[in-house]
Design a protein around this ligand. Structure first.
Ligand SMILES: Nc1ncnc2c1ncn2[C@@H]1O[C@H](COP(=O)(O)OP(=O)(O)OP(=O)(O)O)[C@@H](O)[C@H]1O
Ligand SMILES: [Mg+2]
Length: 369
């Protein structure tokens, strides 16, 4: 058990509470107002050791660095550089995810290009990263490059650009060229993930036509390259009716051969995913089920345009887990009610004219009571 910090030690010298005292002193002691203010301040002070304890005991913060000012950034770079074998990770592979991995693998083995379609936060990127890892273990090629498209992505972000200083010295050559992720994946015969490909403008989408059809691409000034055998292109996108997406051009659409639709997972799979992403605390099964139900109700609610994703369930579970560190333990339903309110507020998009608060209140009272 961590020691209970005494109130006086636990308040930093520059604590705003301490700063406020002189203001209170200016008022005559006999008046009631300052006394009330003092009470409110005392309440804040009383709460803070509890908060400090959460920070001290949090497993997410246990490896945080001390004396950070003495460390230089290049040492930190070396320390944090991800080595290939370190980066292996597991995911939940049941239901639709198992099937999707199988389909991606079959497309790869048939020299075809798949595209994953699904709402935000369904696991599209996670699946592709996981597939690249499996592929690296099986065929030994660990090259994996990706880019997330938006309105401002230009073909040069995919292909690369010339370093002006080196180009002045050496002219246009491969030595003065910084290859972009598409060129790196093509040269290495690796996986290229075009994340959110329908957020790209038609101009940028069109720059993908040649690599997809011919497996070649032109690098301005220096020539056209061919992809090394094994080059594999995966697309991912949100359904096109979502705001901020463009239509996937017909020509590009036609070059994706395997369409893999992902939807919100079944209850068992989603609960497993929530647990998997909440490694430090075991959450009571009935509470976990309530978290799932809270998320699930946003997906069937008639006033919700974009419902809560897997990320919201994961966030709720983590907050419920960390609340176990608090000294005062209110009823788990009270904790969940509070947490759900704060997580769901920003993670659902109501239909026009509807306020999220009323939807959330309604869902919480249905599920938690
Ligand atoms: N099968 C899975 N196993 C474990 N965790 C998963 C799985 N699928 C998704 N997740 C978790 O869900 C979260 C969202 O996943 P991800 O970022 O892959 O979704 P996405 O569909 O790419 O979202 P977006 O459309 O917003 O880019 C991540 O925290 C991820 O770790
Ligand atoms: Mg993604």
């Amino acid at each position: 058990m961590a020691k209970k910090p005494s109130t006086s030690k636990s308040i930093p010298k520059n604590n705003p509470v301490a700063k406020k005292k002189p203001v209170a002193k200016k008022k005559p002691v006999a008046k009631k107002k300052p006394v009330a203010k003092e009470k409110a301040d005392t309440k804040v002070v009383k709460k803070s050791p509890n908060e400090l304890e959460i920070l001290k005991k949090s497993p997410y913060l246990k490896d945080s660095l001390k004396n950070i000012k003495d460390l230089n950034l290049s040492d930190l770079f070396e320390r944090n550089l991800i080595k290939e074998k370190e980066s292996d990770f597991e995911i939940v592979l049941s239901g639709q995810y198992e099937k999707a991995i199988e389909l991606i693998m079959e497309a790869d083995a048939s020299n075809l290009y798949p595209i994953l379609i699904g709402p935000p936060g369904i696991g599209k990127t996670t699946l592709c990263r996981y597939y690249a890892q499996i592929r690296s273990h099986i065929i030994g090629n660990s090259s994996f490059e990706w880019i997330t498209f938006d309105e401002s992505t230009k073909p040069a972000h995919l292909i690369g650009s010339f370093n002006p200083a080196i180009t002045i010295q050496k002219g246009f050559s491969f030595d003065s060229f910084n290859p972009g992720p598409l060129i790196r994946a093509m040269l290495r015969g690796g996986v290229f993930l075009a994340n959110e490909v329908n957020r790209a403008t038609e101009y940028t989408q069109n720059s993908l036509l040649e690599p997809l059809e011919e497996k070649t691409v032109a690098i301005p000034h220096i020539g056209r390259i061919r992809a090394t055998s094994g080059f594999f292109f995966i697309g991912s996108m949100n359904p096109s009716e979502l705001v901020g997406t463009h239509r996937l051009g017909e020509a590009l659409k036609d070059r994706f051969n395997v369409w893999i639709e992902l939807n919100y997972p079944d209850k068992k799979t989603e609960m497993k995913i929530i647990e998997h992403n909440n490694p430090y605390y075991k959450i009571d099964e009935s509470l976990l089920e309530k978290i799932y139900l809270l998320i699930n109700r946003t997906r069937t609610h008639h006033q919700v345009q974009i419902p809560a994703s897997l990320r919201s369930g994961i966030a709720m579970a983590r907050l419920v887990g960390i609340s176990q560190l608090k000294k005062e333990q209110p009823n788990p339903n009270v904790i969940l009610r509070e947490i759900a309110k704060h997580v769901l507020n920003g993670s659902i998009q109501p239909k026009p004219g509807v306020k999220p608060e009323s939807i959330i209140k309604n869902i919480i009272s249905q599920v938690v009571g």
